[in-house]
Design a protein around this ligand. Sequence first.
Ligand code: ZN
Ligand code: ZN
Length: 412
Amino acid sequence: MTAARVEATALSALLDNAHRIAPQVVADRRAIHRYPELGYQEHRTAALVAETLSQLGIEVRSGVGGTGVVGLLRGSRPGKTVLLRADMDALPIQEEINAENAAYVSQNPGVMHACGHDAHTAMLLGAARLLAARREQIAGAVKLMFQPAEENGGAGAKRMIEDGVLDGPAVDAAFGVHVGGPDAGKIALRAGPNNGSSDRFIITVRGRGGHASRPDRAVDPVVVGAYIVTALQTLISREISPAEQGVITVGSLTAGTIFNVIPDTAVLKGTFRASSPEVRDHLRARIPEVAQGIAAAMRATAECEEFGTGYPVMVSDPAMVDLARAAIGETLGAANVVEAERAMGGEDFSFVLERVPGAFIRVGCRNPAWQEARPAHSPRFALDEAALPYGVAALASVALRFLDGEHAKEER
Ligand SMILES: [Zn+2]
Ligand SMILES: [Zn+2]
């Protein structure tokens, strides 16, 4: 038997192992689901994570970047370091109770795991169990990153980076996980841009208030604001390549209090998304130019705030996607690794992939028997727990393959 054959056999055993621990993974997921916590308040979840890692003999550092937890699993020999990441935060949504979730529905009013982060945390704990059992075969280290505040611009990954998650030992490659996409049992990957960037902006238009019957004596910021809303859409339709994607949404336009008074100011709040770093840079430069240009033409001023402080485009490294495709294919069967669709939702694992090569792993969680959609960020969100062992095995396989593969050997 050749060395490669031995390795393939080892990876293919991971799915069996993952199925064996599936009851524990489901129990972890449900325990977290019952007590969802908003960004930077994940105290109970972080305690569960730290406790589990400690029991597995993994070095634990808590309070990283707020409520983040980092586990460091050292192998028996020196080598490279690979990072696996899950997020822990929930959303401000009231969960709808139904026949499926009655046993573990959210006990925290108005808070719900509606994006599957409970499953991400449980799957990464599952992968930690499989990897801890293989410690003797591991050269190098696996760093387990449990981050706070992925949702709602919280940028928990960024704060953990600032707090050293990528250092000591330095991380050589990183893989993140999210549920969604295809049916349970399948894993989706994509080289290049995966998720769009996600930035916010606030534009304050300053005119001059006055009586509604004498607009000539005033500068009406409502009219100026309306022109700005319309003109911003031309950045998408006239300035972005048809091969790329961009979105500008003004979600809030507020001004005035009463029908017969022209107010002094109007405030526009919006978000812009871009499919590539180039499109993001273009929109970031042009949104203030258009707003200020239109305001100036109409005798008003426009001030733009909060530019470019959002999540960057998330780009998976093609070589790391190839590695993940091969490792997960050996573990789950090549037919179960599919191409991921490009998404425009923001994802703050992009901060990690800006600094180290890696890939984003989407764990299919749709139950094919479901008649209605159970979309993320809705009170009806649900995932098929049958998906969890596949995610566990996928995460463990990429870590083992990276530490054992040519990427690690080249420079050793
Ligand atoms: Zn989400
Ligand atoms: Zn999410």
